[in-house]
Design a protein around this ligand. Structure first.
Ligand SMILES: NC(=O)c1ccc[n+]([C@@H]2O[C@H](COP(=O)([O-])OP(=O)(O)OC[C@H]3O[C@@H](n4cnc5c(N)ncnc54)[C@H](OP(=O)(O)O)[C@@H]3O)[C@@H](O)[C@H]2O)c1
Length: 381
């Protein structure tokens, strides 16, 4: 096994700059290149990636996505040294990773990483490496300088595993956002809430991202961006063809740290108003609240006694007589979910009414300056 002497790092963004710096600190001869031409600290950088790879026996890619990998490799391919290993740590689609592995053959190491900039600096990345034995042996000293390596059978599997790992990160960020929204609705002090969340399942994330979550003016640079995580969730959804709950919720500036997605305010109060009017209609039995909640053209639809019914709004209102149900104190209702897309929204609600539990699904529209329910479908059990 011959360890590489000269390493070209293509892409000096957050990860590439940190990786190049760590490898240089470990006495490798590192030359960097990045599209924008910026440099990374004291690192030796060149304006032409072909110059960088011409000197290198290992070429490390730390690029944003599969398209960037393909474009950069197309450009430098003819300048690669015979026998040079191409080590790609970028998070890309399984099919893209498989395509690069086919194209570059036994010199390609696909090695997506778990962990961010601090993990690079500490050599604590978790690396999922797929490669032929020869290329793996040559890349191993570099990989081990960056973290702990786990072999994976092929590039597509490594890429898929990385996307699944990031899905759990997206889930954690969105779970944290939900906790913060509930805490805000209860008017709990943010610092106290974060202290307590640090003790629980999301403690690691809260501790690492405390500065962002506290709403302090951004002192730290983003380490992993909302845009990159949203890119990964789009890749996962496209690869799996399976609905990815919440991925569309990764709202916020694409260049902001992922933690800021957890601090995005709850949906505009205005969209909740017709749902609250609907709840008031049930609580009081006063149909005026339903007329506030729904558009006059709305229909209320579902299966009743085994048959499909579709009531016009006034037929529905006629079921209510201005008095609460006798068992109203024992009834309860909960808004479960709401998804807003510009001028339309969907919402769901659970209503516990005596022996019946209803699931209501609403379609809402923003019309004449306010939100109204355009239609409701329900399931009764
Ligand atoms: N940051 C993390 O915590 C983290 C953790 C694990 C994995 N990753 C993955 O690692 C990769 C790099 O992440 P990062 O956070 O370092 O991203 P980043 O800071 O946005 O850097 C992206 C790099 O890709 C380059 N690039 C983008 N589009 C390009 C194109 N079309 N052609 C050539 N170069 C292009 C950028 O060049 P310029 O900026 O110079 O234009 C920059 O060097 C991504 O796949 C990301 O998902 C990131």
């Amino acid at each position: 096994m011959t360890a590489p002497h000269t390493i070209a790092v293509l892409g000096l963004g957050r990860m590439g700059a940190a990786i190049a710096t760590r490898l240089a600190d470990h006495d490798w001869d590192v030359v960097g290149w990045t599209r924008s031409g910026r440099s990374a600290g004291a690192l030796q950088a060149t304006g032409d990636p072909r110059d960088a790879v011409a000197k290198a026996d290992l070429v490390l890619l730390a690029l944003f996505d599969g398209r960037a990998c393909r474009e950069v490799l197309d450009h430098v391919h003819g300048a690669l040294r015979a026998g040079a290993v191409v080590l790609n740590i970028s998070t890309i689609a399984p099919a893209e990773a498989a395509g690069l592995a086919r194209w570059l053959g036994p010199s390609y190491v696909h090695a997506p990483v778990l962990g961010s900039v601090p993990a690079v600096a500490g050599g604590d990345l978790r690396i999922l490496a797929a490669a032929d034995q020869g290329a793996f042996d040559r890349a191993r000293p570099v990989l081990e300088a960056l973290g702990t390596v786990r072999r994976v059978e092929d590039a597509a599997t490594a890429a898929a595993l990385k996307l699944v790992a990031n899905h759990s990160l997206a889930g954690a960020v969105l779970a944290l956002r939900d906790s913060l929204r509930q805490a805000d609705a209860l008017e709990l002090p943010r610092a106290q809430v974060l202290d307590v969340l640090e003790l629980g399942q999301l403690g690691g994330l809260v501790a690492r991202k405390r500065a962002f979550l506290s709403g302090e003016p951004a002192t730290a640079a983003a380490q992993f961006t909302i845009g990159a995580l949203a890119k990964d969730m789009a890749l996962l959804a496209a690869a799996s063809n399976t609905p990815l709950r919440g991925a569309a919720d990764l709202a916020g500036a694409p260049d902001a740290d992922i933690a800021l997605a957890a601090t995005v305010p709850a949906v505009d109060e205005a969209v909740l108003e017709p749902l609250r009017a609907y709840i008031r209609g049930h609580a009081t039995g006063d149909p005026a609240h339903f007329r506030d909640a729904f558009l006059p053209s709305a229909h209320i639809e579902g299966i009743r006694d085994g048959a499909f019914v579709s009531w016009a709004l006034e037929e529905y209102c006629a079921l209510f007589h201005g008095r609460p149900a006798p068992d109203e104190p024992a009834r309860s209702r909960r808004i479960d979910a709401i998804d807003v897309h510009g001028t339309v929204a969907t919402a769901s609600m659970t209503l516990w009414h005596g022996a019946d539990t209803f699931t209501d699904i609403f379609l809402l529209v923003h019309v004449d300056g306010g939100w109204r329910i355009a239609n409701k479908a329900y399931h009764r059990r």
